[in-house]
Design a protein around this ligand. Structure first.
Ligand code: ELE
Length: 319
């Protein structure tokens, strides 16, 4: 039985090797990359039965996306778009060491997923699953997706499926004010909110420390669990009135894109399989730390690797 369904756009990510510049590189590496499929892969690899639902062009580039996700064992349920105009979203990522940062250029307007409606998506599977996850990127992509996201969250919650939502603010898609008005309308249908502290500041207009933000959001929206991520300062969760803190594990800045999604996948792998919030946070933090060592968007990890990190039993060379 499917335990976790995620819904959203997965793009093809095109990035030059090493620290090459987009402008002059003569090769781009292609990877499947999308917030919700990144979560599905991490959760699947860590033991949940995960399914990613979306809409893709019925073409070799659409199948390039599903092929990569299936490699990791994730099930897919796709509305295949056979229109001549069907588009696959892409993004270009240039990674750079300081003082250069990582730069993203989206080419995702009018991608097939922007027209996805609940009728095209596996609503019965969502209703039967333990968890349904999506993020604040999805409703930013089109008015249709704003309404589809609202419908899916509410049908999942009504069916007793635990709904989780990563706020995932992307300033290249919309303004903080636009995001605030759309996302706060969705919050009554969200059971578990994950939000970066900086997004809580900028989009939700909350300040104070992470605990104060979590208490304030929980009081206003009644989340079952509120998880605040704080980059290198770790994460904090408020659930059942109890605050749990989790520091980060030692890692690198080599491949940061996908860290947040890996955290959520690791968290849900425990939280949805009757693990405690503390176990969820620990698995999330360990998965995020491993992800930062791995190219691409996806956490290619195993439960044993996570357990080694949690037990402090990591060796420089295993032989
Ligand atoms: O769809 C978008 O706009 C995306 O940004 C997809 C991103 O590649 C991931 O969501 C990574 O995000 P982090 O895990 O926060 O690094």
């Amino acid at each position: 039985m499917t335990e976790l369904v995620t819904f959203g756009e997965t793009m093809l990510r095109l990035s030059p090797p090493d620290d090459e510049r987009l402008e002059t590189a003569d090769q781009y590496t292609v990877r499947a990359a999308g917030a919700e499929s990144n979560v599905a892969v991490a959760a699947q690899r860590l033991g949940l039965d995960a399914l990613w639902a979306s809409k893709l062009p019925d073409s070799p580039v659409g199948r390039r996306v599903t092929g990569e996700l299936k490699h990791h064992g994730v099930s897919v349920d796709i509305a295949w778009d056979d229109a001549d105009s069907a588009r696959q979203g892409t993004y270009y990522l240039e990674q750079g060491s300081p003082p250069r940062g990582n730069d993203v250029i989206y080419d995702r307007q009018n991608a097939s997923v922007t027209t996805a409606t609940p009728a095209e998506l596996p609503t019965e599977t969502i209703a039967d699953a333990a968890g349904f996850h999506t993020s604040g990127i999805t409703p930013a992509l089109s008015e249709t997706l704003e309404s589809t996201t609202a419908d899916l969250l509410s049908l999942a919650q009504d069916a007793g499926t635990t709904t989780s939502f990563d706020l995932n603010y992307r300033s290249k898609l919309w303004t903080p004010a636009e995001a605030r008005s759309v996302l706060t309308e969705l919050f009554p249908s969200v059971d578990v909110l994950v939000v970066a502290e900086r997004d809580a500041n900028v989009v939700l207009d909350r300040d104070g420390d992470a605990e104060a933000i979590a208490r304030d959001l929980t009081a206003e929206y009644g989340f079952e669990a509120t998880v605040i991520t704080r980059g290198s300062d770790g994460a904090l969760a408020l659930a059942d009135g109890t605050v749990t803190e989790q520091p980060t594990f030692e890692s690198t800045d080599a491949h940061p894109v996908g860290t947040g999604d890996s955290f959520v996948g690791g968290f849900l792998s425990q939280y949805l399989s009757s693990g405690t919030v503390a176990e969820g946070l620990a698995w999330g933090a360990a998965t995020a730390a491993l992800k930062r060592t791995i190219p691409g968007d996806i956490a290619v990890v195993s439960p044993d690797e996570i357990r080694s990190i949690l037990s402090g039993d990591t060796e420089a060379i295993s032989r």
